[in-house]
Design a protein around this ligand. Structure first.
Ligand code: NAD
Length: 336
């Protein structure tokens, strides 16, 4: 039985408490938060967990093997470093850290402690994303021309980091998982409409080393909740709509080709293909259930997590370059 403490029980942390409590391999021993109100809330739902305000109390208990860090990003590095020093395994929420420098420190600390470092890139544990990965890897879409992604809603507004740091980890981690190419440069335009200095809408262009391009739109200031990704390949096109409860993925046999040879303008004709649409069956399971189970399995077996520190770092490199771009008025920045 793996003893776990969940540090940070605001909006997202209680979902970890729920999933880890339901897993027969773990016991949630502590729920930790600075807010008495949040502790009272989690205590009502999970009376067997001990509510504490100071996370050091969680780290001091030898019965705690692992912690989940679900606090604001500015605190991730400090809490995770303390946890490794105390000999605990760590699942840290996305984005892993607020800088590349901190991400490297975390990876080093995990290695030194010989403990698991996993990052909460939850969408990589979603059945639909797994199915899209198999589809792309199997060559069904052909060569990907471009990807377009949208993650829009009204809220949830943050004040300590912008919409890119909040929402891009989801889509960037999905892209890094699905595509064999690596991102080399990023350009982001953004605007702070509500809270001065904190961009609430942003448009990102991500260039990859094979020439592929991805366009990503993030917003906390939109009338409609949209979570969509479109993959346009030279064989087929795929639409992933995460808002739908079922039938989240459609694969279209659509495309266009230009004539190879023509002598006159009159002979020049694009040929369009309007084929069938296939909606594969996907068994829906809460992604966090798989994520929690994977974390526990990695602790038990020493297996490398799918979303390990290196994966978290790759996302932070994109976010840091994005931050430079947005502050420089949208010019391309190298992802180094
Ligand atoms: N993987 C996902 O799908 C997903 C979804 C939402 C949020 N998140 C991530 O989870 C983290 C938390 O987000 P949230 O929306 O729950 O934020 P939140 O502000 O609702 O909750 C954060 C909680 O952490 C507590 N806290 C802050 N400092 C603390 C400390 N030193 N010790 C103990 N508790 C402390 C706060 O009191 C607060 O209750 C962020 O990194 C966010 O990006 C991930």
């Amino acid at each position: 039985m793996i003893g776990v403490g969940v540090i940070g029980c605001g909006y997202w942390g209680p979902n970890h408490v729920r999933n880890l409590s339901a897993n027969p391999s773990s016991r949630v021993l502590y729920a930790c938060d600075l807010s008495e109100e949040r502790l009272a809330h989690v205590g009502r739902l999970y009376p067997a967990t001990r509510p504490v305000r100071d996370y050091q109390e969680v780290l001091r208990d030898p019965a705690v093997d692992a912690v989940v860090v679900a606090t604001p990003v500015s605190t991730h590095a400090r809490i995770a470093l303390d946890a490794f020093r105390a000999g605990k395994h760590v699942l840290v929420e996305k984005p892993m850290t607020a800088s590349v420098e901190d991400a490297l420190r975390l990876i080093e600390a995990a290695d030194r402690a010989g403990k698991i470092l996993m990052v909460g890139h939850t969408f990589l544990y979603a059945s639909a994303v797994r199915m899209i990965q198999r589809t792309i890897a199997g060559g069904v879409l052909g060569r990907i021309h471009y990807v377009s992604m949208q993650r829009l809603n009204l809220g949830l507004f943050q004040t300590d980091y912008n919409v890119v740091w909040d929402l891009a980890p989801h889509d960037v981690s999905i892209l890094l998982y699905l595509l064999p190419a690596r991102p080399v440069a990023v350009s982001v335009h953004g605007r702070a409409n509500v809270h001065p200095g904190v961009e609430d809408v942003a448009m990102m262009t991500l260039r990859f080393d094979d020439g592929m391009i991805a366009f990503l739109h993030f917003s906390w200031l939109d009338p409609k909740k949209v979570r969509q990704a479109i993959f346009v390949g030279d064989k087929k096109m795929l639409v992933y709509d995460d808002i739908r409860d079922t039938e989240k993925v459609d694969i279209y046999d659509k495309g266009v080709s230009a004539p190879k040879h023509y002598d006159t303008y009159a002979e020049f004709k694009f040929s369009y293909r309007y084929g069938e649409k296939v909606t594969p069956y996907i068994e829906e399971v809460e992604p966090l259930k798989f994520e929690s189970a994977h974390f526990l399995e990695c602790i038990q077996t020493g297996k490398k997590p799918l979303t390990d520190g290196a994966n978290g770092l790759e996302v932070i490199r994109v976010l840091e370059a994005s931050h430079r771009s947005i502050k420089n008025g949208g010019g391309f920045e190298k992802i180094g």
